[in-house]
Each structure stands twice: as C-alpha cells, then as structure tokens.
Design a protein. Structure first.
Ligand code: SAM
Length: 286
C-alpha cells in the first residue's frame, strides 16, 4: 500500500499549546539577512506567510488585520493627507491605505526586501498593495526613519513583526516619542500590540511605552477577531497627539464618499472595537 506522508505546521503559543494545520505544499523557504521566511499552501487558510516560524497572515483572514490597522485610524483622523506605514512588507496595509484615494502621500518603510519580493510573487492578494504608484516603498529601518525627521504625517501605522529581532525597537518609548514628533496636531499612531491572553506582557509593554510618549489619556486599545493569530483576538494600541478619542471621531462623509467594499470594518465596528472585556480592562490598569 502506498504511503502518503502528511505535512503539518504548528505555531507554538506556549511550551504546551499551539495552532496546527495541514500543509498542501511549501512554495518557498528563504533565509534573508534578518529572518527566515516560508510561504505555505494550505487546505484551510489558502496561502500563508511565516516569518521565523510565526504566522504573518493567511489568505483567508488577512482582511481583518489589514482593514482594522488601516481604516480605523484613517477615518478617525481629521482630513488626513500624509500616511507613514512602518513594516507591512507584505503590502496588505498599503493595499488598504491606498483605498483612501484623497491622500497626498503614502510612505511605506519596510526593513526586509525579501518579504516584499516574496509577497509580490506568491501572495499577490496582499503584495499587489505595492503596485499602486501612490505608495512610496522605502527599504530601510523604521526605527532610524522616524529619528530627526522634518516631514509630518497625519497617521502612522506600525505593522511590525513581534517585539524581538529587528522589530524590538518599534515598541519602545524612544520610538513612540519620535513618532509623536512627526505627527501633525490631532495625528494618530496605531501599532499592532499582540494579544491580551498569551502575550499580555508584550501588549502592556507597547501600551505603557506609548502612554509615556503620548500621555495616559491619549492612548487606548482596540481589538479585532483574527482566527489565525494567537488567542483569536488581536490588540491594536492607538495614540493620538491631541483632540478627541479616536473612538468618538468617525468621518461619515468621507466613509460614504469612498463607498469601500470592506469585509470587516464598518462604522459600528469603529466604536465597538474599543469595547473591552473585564479581564482586558484589568490588565490595562497595570
Ligand atoms: N501582520 C503581521 C503580524 O502581526 O504578524 C505583521 C506582518 S508584516 C510582514 C511585518 C513586517 O515588519 C515584516 O516584513 C518585517 O520585516 C517588518 N519589520 C520588522 N522590523 C522592522 C523595522 N525595524 N523597520 C521596518 N520594518 C520592520
């Protein structure tokens, strides 16, 4: 009888639990100077990108993360013109930000060209985000990019890997202070901030450092349901330089005018995403 070997992938969340799925085939494996990249074809989640063995996105549910990291701050910002994306080498965030056709500039600073090349080749549903002429892709370190800059932005989106390796400095006070310095009045920063279940220490590191840079009253978190990320509920830390809480700012005229065809974000989600369960509120108290 023929033997058909099965290939399975597991992302370990702790030493004793994780998330497992069967893999149809491995499309590419590559070691960049910074990280190991794998592109998988799967049965349940379509194409999947891993960096250093961790899921960056899956074809099936990437829309949640990319819509929530892009549209919520953009519809909260007052007449945004210039947007800076740090990280986001897969192009998914650039794809969503580009839907805001009124913007003057979209700058995307990604440290690893290998991520961009692979995303364009193997996962064009996100990689095509870089095909838009209005996206100025810069290959470089986002930590250095925000130091001593004179250009100002209305929204800064930190779409980074987890807080170690090249991304470690994207979660510290110095970085958030530099980001604050390049925001216009009323400007907004959003950063992916892990999750409150397995990684509350990482989440709080991001929140506390953002609080030190923006002030305790000018930082909040919101959540989104992302099935393939640890705990299924992802946290975004949001800081604003001045003005109202972003939960209470939503430009309905701009939203109606763009008429976007979105799969997750909508005006109700804009507010509801800030509603937190009690155990998360407790964690936030420190
Ligand atoms: N959605 C993803 C997640 O939370 O798992 C993030 C995906 S995106 C691929 C993250 C990107 O951040 C990677 O391409 C990585 O190379 C980039 N990155 C890490 N550190 C960086 C830095 N210091 N400057 C710019 N980009 C950085």
């Amino acid at each position: 009888m023929a033997y058909f070997p099965e290939l399975w992938f597991t992302e370990k969340y702790t030493g004793t639990c994780g998330f497992t799925f069967k893999v149809k085939r491995v499309l590419n494996t590559q070691q960049s100077p910074l990280q190991r990249l794998d592109i998988l074809e799967t049965y349940d989640f379509g194409r999947v990108m891993l960096l250093d063995g961790l899921i960056m996105f899956t074809e099936r549910d990437e829309f949640v993360y990319h819509e929530m990291i892009a549209h919520l701050p953009l519809f909260a910002a007052h007449e945004p013109k210039d947007v800076l994306i740090i990280g986001g080498g897969d192009g998914g965030t650039a794809r969503e930000v580009s839907k805001h056709t009124y913007l003057n500039s979209i700058t995307n600073v990604e440290i690893d060209e290998v991520v961009v090349e692979n995303s364009k080749k193997y996962t064009p549903f996100v990689g095509s985000g870089f095909d838009n002429d209005r996206v100025n892709l810069i290959i470089g370190d986002g930590i250095e990019f925000v130091k001593n800059k004179s250009e100002l932005y209305d929204v800064v989106i930190v779409d980074s890997t987890d807080p170690f390796g090249p991304a470690e400095g994207l979660f510290n006070v110095e970085f958030y202070t530099n980001v604050r310095n390049i925001l216009r009045e009323g400007g907004i920063v959003v950063a992916q901030a892990e999750n409150a279940y397995y990684d509350k220490r990482w989440m709080m590191r991001s929140v506390n450092n953002m609080r030190k840079a923006f002030g305790v009253d000018n930082v909040a978190i919101y959540q989104a349901a992302i099935p393939t990320y640890p705990s299924g509920t992802w946290v975004f830390a949001i800081g604003w330089k001045s003005g109202e809480h972003p939960r209470d700012r939503f430009d309905s005229d701009r939203f109606e005018g763009l008429g976007l065809d979105l799969k997750y974000y909508n005006p109700e989600i804009h507010r509801a995403a800030f509603v937190l369960p009690n155990y998360v509120k407790e964690i936030l108290k420190g």
